[in-house]
Design a protein. Structure first.
Length: 321
């Protein structure tokens, strides 16, 4: 019996200016800033977590703002798109909202039977909204500028380019609990835990394409949900057994993590569902203060001096509708 992940825990990307990032994801996308912290390995860099009202695993897109870094280069061994689940019938609302915010919006597409609206965030990150009636764990944020009826419901899927699909597919299906769900326009879809939104990954073979490169507007890593330490460490053992090199378990305070590169080169993380973002903040006030894990508290003054101040966007709560 092999272990299994349970879909996307979070996706972490690289942003440019942190205020522009905050203004877009809260003010335009209507997500809640559920944790304002720092990159625990590079402490003069913010780590900003945007999610649903409660920070439910699988709803958060997180960012390291590195405005001095060059732009990302899409290529093989790289995540080339992150998509959110959107309620049925909401894409016209989103097309208008994004256009009013000056966002370049692509043409609607149909992928695996679902309607998709691709676009890019202000720093170039490729995103998409996927209309789906399928349910996933989600807590509406009543103070969002986006009406509850149109709020994005968390992650839908991620898309990767690879030089060769086969080795990554073997890891997904042989170790991580995914099953193949078919091929469309060269995209190989894999699903876990029944294939609900958040449990999907699409991979396309792009032989001869350049290798992807981290930078502003690119994905840094994809984190996959595991229930607890026991499940994480069991999967870690299986990943090591197939010749990959997972890190030791690392305590991130709100979850515990194991990192490894899948065979094509994309950085994956296993992340536990708990303890969660309310561990050190009141649920009603998530994201309002700079929160540091206990082992960085002694450096708070120095860390705060190194970070540019951030102002929450002035957004009026949406009218119900």
């Amino acid at each position: 019996m092999h272990g299994s992940v349970h879909g996307i825990h979070h996706v972490t990307a690289i942003a440019g200016d942190p205020q522009e990032n905050l203004d877009f994801y809260v003010g335009v996308m209507g997500l809640r800033l559920v944790k304002k912290s720092v990159n625990q390995d590079v402490t003069n860099t913010y780590h900003l977590f945007y999610a649903d009202e409660q920070g439910t695993p699988g709803t958060d897109l997180t960012f390291f703002p590195w405005p001095d870094m060059g732009p990302a280069a899409l290529g093989v061994g790289f995540t080339v798109e992150v998509s959110f689940a959107a309620p049925p019938g909401s894409l016209p609302y989103w097309r208008e909202r994004l256009a009013c915010a000056g966002v370049q919006v692509g043409r609607e597409e149909t992928r695996f039977g679902e309607t998709v609206l691709p676009f890019r965030d202000p720093h170039g990150l490729p995103l998409a909204l996927v209309e789906t009636s399928a349910e996933r764990p989600f807590a509406a944020w009543n103070e969002s500028p986006v009406p509850v009826t149109h709020q994005v419901r968390g992650m839908h899927s991620v898309r990767l380019w690879e030089d060769d699909v086969r080795q990554t597919a073997a890891l997904l299906t042989g170790v991580m609990g995914f099953e193949a769900r078919g091929v469309e326009d060269g995209w190989h879809r894999f699903a876990v835990d029944g294939g609900a939104p958040g449990g999907l990954i699409d991979i396309k073979a792009m032989p001869g394409e350049r290798r992807g490169r981290w930078g502003v507007g690119g994905v840094h890593h994809i984190a996959w949900r595991v229930a607890d330490d026991a499940e994480e460490m069991a999967l870690r053992s299986e990943i090591a057994a197939v010749g990959l090199s997972p890190t030791p378990q690392i305590d991130r305070f709100w979850f515990r993590s194991v990192y490894f590169r899948e065979p094509g080169g994309v950085l994956f993380e296993l992340a536990t569902d708990g303890p969660g973002f309310a561990r050190d903040e009141d649920q009603a006030h998530l994201g309002e203060q700079l929160i540091l894990p206990p082992w960085l508290e002694g450096q708070r003054r120095e860390i705060e001096r190194s970070l540019q101040p951030l102002l929450m966007p002035q957004v009026a709560a949406a009218v119900v509708g």
